[in-house]
Ligand binder design. Structure first.
Ligand SMILES: [Zn+2]
Length: 211
């Protein structure tokens, strides 16, 4: 049975791709000499299924800044796994249907809760600074929410002593990835809860100081 071929550790699955005949598409992790490699795979033998896989891979490269390397595997230029982030890139890529939908996200997002435009600026070395364009009395808190949310979604590390910077442990820049994760960063529930709790205790701590 071809299914017994080791294609790696499954990271994520889209059980029914509603943009292509409800096929199942999986994301698998393999070890490369240069770090983690990702396989986008379907067992479907339907005509066109491989074209859909090729589309998803291309979309992941644009949305997440991945690149296609040896044997058709995707990888981040830094070689890191960035597990949560790559899963998110995969899921978002599978939501898209045509090439015109596939556009890298900007390094800014409208925070609906405050009406502020939240901006991520690259500081270098994989570190990003979050600031807000616009007026809101909630601005300090919302920056903490977005910074913490981004940290959580991207498994990024808070920069000690400040509430508005996070960085990747690989120390490499990932602009496309940050743009993609930023869309959801204002709504990460666990971060919202943490900030509520520290506010109620009157403690001002970095939102993503936890592991
Ligand atoms: Zn990296």
């Amino acid at each position: 049975m071809p299914q017994t071929v080791d294609i790696g550790q499954r990271l994520e699955l889209v059980p029914m791709d509603n943009h292509f005949e409800d096929i199942t598409i999986g994301l698998y992790r393999q070890d490369l000499d240069v770090g983690a490699g990702f396989l986008v795979h379907t067992y479907s033998s339907r005509e066109g299924a491989q074209d859909r896989i090729a589309f998803v891979k291309d979309a992941m490269c644009i949305l997440g800044g991945l690149e296609e390397g040896a044997e058709g595997l995707l990888r981040f230029p830094c070689g890191s796994e960035h597990t949560l982030a790559v899963k998110r890139v995969f899921i978002e890529a599978c939501k898209l249907k045509s090439d015109t939908d596939v556009v890298a996200k900007p390094l800014s997002v409208l925070d609906k809760k405050s009406g502020l435009n939240m901006v991520a600026a690259l500081l270098g070395g994989g570190k990003y600074h979050i600031s807000a364009d616009g007026e809101s009395r909630d601005v300090v808190r919302r920056i903490r929410v977005v910074t913490g949310g981004l940290g959580k979604l991207g498994e990024m590390t808070a920069v000690e002593g400040v509430d508005d910077q996070v960085g990747f442990d690989c120390h490499q820049n990932h602009d496309a990835l940050v743009g993609l994760l930023l869309v959801r960063a204002p709504n990460v529930r666990s971060i919202l809860r943490e900030i509520e709790q520290s506010a109620s205790r009157g403690v001002l701590s970095a939102p993503s100081a936890q592991t």
